[in-house]
Ligand binder design. Structure first.
Ligand code: WTA
Length: 633
């Protein structure tokens, strides 16, 4: 197994070694895995093109390391522990042996449907074990998985399928979420009706058992395809730098981009970071509440835990069903030792009252984690006192879809914690701060733009089908640096505090959203001339979505119009992108070159109009007053 540091001295030592000799450090970690052929060179890189290769020439299959490698020692240990949406239903568990067999059968079914190494397979599924099984089955045969969060709309799903020309979609019939039953297959059918010509097969898992339409020749039932297969499936030999998966994420411009992760480096770093951040010990039960539709689910429900031979809980439901005590009830019932969730969930549960958490026994918890957005001080203290209860430190983990794994975080029981601070870099991670001109911001008690100056194994390699976009987005702002898009503070002791995005990306309930993407959706409404979207502070969601809209014809009923806008956004992207506030305006403040002054719109949306700066140089200063007067608070 990869190194697990146990003390502050060991952390400092590992950090120093990882900086002095990164190749030696990571080669040592990589040695602990099963390679079909050892690599020739540990690292080749430049951030100019960019071109980053780890473990060059090595051959491996990540599923042999997630599954086969554990069969001798822990074949009968539970690998996946499934907690269904309905709390009265029994848990389902897969031991490593059972998971191995299920993955091999599914891999054989993929092959029988013509899926080969390098093909893209799209997922649109709820959080059921079959999702993890089929993701691993893809990796087993060398197919590239592209998991789409099942809350996205048919349009958003179609965009993603087309961007990476997927050959197959794997979905369920319906999806249980709290009291709702969502027709998943229907969404897939609607998406495929939008010119998704590359799709040859739809594999449908019968989950809830409702009626679905099956298109002859295209749609196949999981149980008919998978159950009869052999449980013997040799793992495809993958190059370290072959693609493992694509995951779409929002940026400040245009359509979401497909972040690409590759096999070798991602494997090494997710296992290493999982073991250190959560200090997982044999026999522990680990639970991350994320959805596999996001990077957190990829790295810290599926790959990291399974690579480390852990027991990982998969939860189908939502935090408030049947009531706001569900998380804590499950922690108590399953005797969870490490718990990992998002600040938005913590804030939502905090608002429901302490009685939902106080009544459960949380004494098994050793580590509690936070991810996805800044955790505010009040939520941090509530989490610490009500859930951690003096025996489980908080790890506030900062990272991104693009980084593949946790980058900056406390190590529980090893480094100190401070509210709102993601704290210290992981071994192998070299963060720096620069100013807007790219000059290094040195010393402590300073603020700047967060960059990383040296490659780490699980960093993104490209954006699917458009390498130039990857270069421009992450590597062109500052020479020889990976730019995160986040601003950060470094305190007097060298701890990092993430302030938030400095680009036009907003973070709503831990979900990344490009403002341009939401604007494009709103603009689809026939009566919208132009729109501008900004984030504003929101008690539960972290950030809410505030939309300013210029209309063509007068609208007699503004509420009805707002509902139409919400419907358009739901159709184009999904309910997660629905604006919280929509203000109708006659104009948007613009510079003389026609650029929208988002700074002003952000201030108005945040009810902070004390210091708007110089507006006299605007093309249309008169609209500022109108925007302020009409602001929705
Ligand atoms: C934000 C999620 C503050 C940040 C793993 C980043 C955070 C974006 C934290 C990535 C944290 C993530 N504190 N902000 N602990 N973790 N972020 O790609 O702005 O969905 O750039 O990855 O979330 O979001 P993504």
């Amino acid at each position: 197994m990869t190194l697990q540091v146990k003390s502050l001295a060991e952390y400092k030592d590992a950090y120093q070694r990882s900086v002095n000799d990164p190749e030696g450090f990571w080669a040592e970690q990589a040695e602990t895995f099963h390679w079909q052929k050892k690599w020739d060179k540990t690292l080749d890189w430049n951030f100019k093109d960019p071109d980053v290769k780890w473990f060059v020439g090595g051959k491996l299959n990540i599923t042999e390391n997630c599954l086969d490698r554990h069969l001798a020692d822990r074949g009968d240990q539970v690998a996946i522990l499934f907690e269904p949406n309905d709390p009265s239903q029994a848990n389902i568990s897969y031991t490593y042996k059972e998971l191995h067999a299920a993955v091999c059968k599914t891999a054989n079914a993929l092959k029988a449907s013509g899926i080969q190494k390098g093909d893209r397979v799209c997922f649109y599924m709820p959080m059921v074990p079959e999702l993890a099984i089929a993701v691993l089955a893809c990796a087993r045969v060398g197919a590239i998985h592209s998991v789409v969060f099942a809350g996205f709309s048919a349009q958003a799903l179609a965009d993603r399928i087309k961007d990476s020309t997927c050959k197959m979609v794997i979905c369920s019939d319906y999806n249980n979420r709290g009291a709702k039953n969502i027709p998943v297959k229907k969404v897939v059918d609607d998406a495929l009706a939008m010119d998704c010509d590359s799709i040859k097969t739809v594999l449908v898992h019968r989950n809830t058992g409702g009626e679905v339409e099956m298109e002859a020749g295209r749609d196949k039932w999981w149980h008919e395809e998978v159950d009869a297969q052999s449980a013997d499936c040799p793992a495809e030999a993958m190059d370290s730098e072959d693609m493992l998966f694509i995951l779409y994420t929002s940026g400040s411009t245009g359509k979401p981009k497909g972040v690409v992760h590759t096999c070798g480096g991602y494997m090494v770093y997710t296992c290493f970071s999982f073991r250190n951040v959560f200090q997982y010990q044999d026999g522990d039960v680990y639970w991350c509440t994320a959805d596999i539709g996001w990077i957190t689910g990829h790295s810290y429900i599926v790959y990291g835990p399974l690579l480390a031979g852990a027991t990982t809980v998969m939860f189908e439901g939502v935090p408030t069903y049947p009531d706001a005590g569900r998380f804590w009830e499950v922690c108590d019932k399953l005797k969870v030792n490490q718990f990992y969730t998002a600040p938005t969930a913590i804030r939502a549960l905090m608002a429901k009252g302490d009685e939902f958490v106080d009544k459960y026994d949380l004494s098994t918890l050793k580590v509690i984690g936070s991810v996805g957005e800044p955790i505010n001080e009040e939520a941090w203290h509530w989490y610490d006192e009500k859930v951690g209860r003096g025996h489980a430190p908080i790890v506030d983990t900062w990272w991104q879809t693009e980084t593949g794994g946790i980058m900056i975080t406390p190590l529980p029981g090893i480094t100190d914690t401070k509210p709102c601070f993601a704290s210290y870099p992981m071994p192998g991670i070299q963060p720096i701060l620069v100013d807007s001109q790219g000059a290094l911001v040195e010393g402590n008690d300073v603020e700047g733009l967060l960059c990383v100056k040296f490659p780490w194994p699980s960093m993104l390699r490209t954006t699917y089908g458009d390498h130039e976009r990857c270069r421009i987005t992450y590597f062109s702002s500052f020479e020889n640096l990976y730019f995160t898009g986040d601003g950060a503070r470094r305190d007097a002791d060298g701890r990092y505090r993430i302030i938030g995005r400095v680009d036009d990306v907003i973070n709503v309930s831990g979900h990344r959203m490009g403002t341009a993407e939401v604007e494009n959706a709103i603009d689809e409404h026939p009566n919208v001339v132009e729109s501008a979207v900004v984030g504003y502070p929101h008690d539960i969601k972290g950030q809410g979505i505030y939309a300013y809209v210029i209309i063509g014809d007068p609208v007699p009923d503004e509420d009805a119009f707002r509902k139409e806008i919400l419907a358009v956004v739901t159709k184009e992207i999904g309910p997660i992108a629905k604006p919280d506030k929509i203000q109708i305006v006659s104009g948007l403040p613009k510079t003389r070159s026609g650029k929208i002054m988002r700074r002003i719109l952000r201030k108005v949306a945040s009810s902070d109009t004390s210091n708007l700066g110089d507006i006299s140089t605007l093309l249309n200063p008169e609209v500022v007053e109108e925007v302020i007067n009409g602001a929705l608070v």
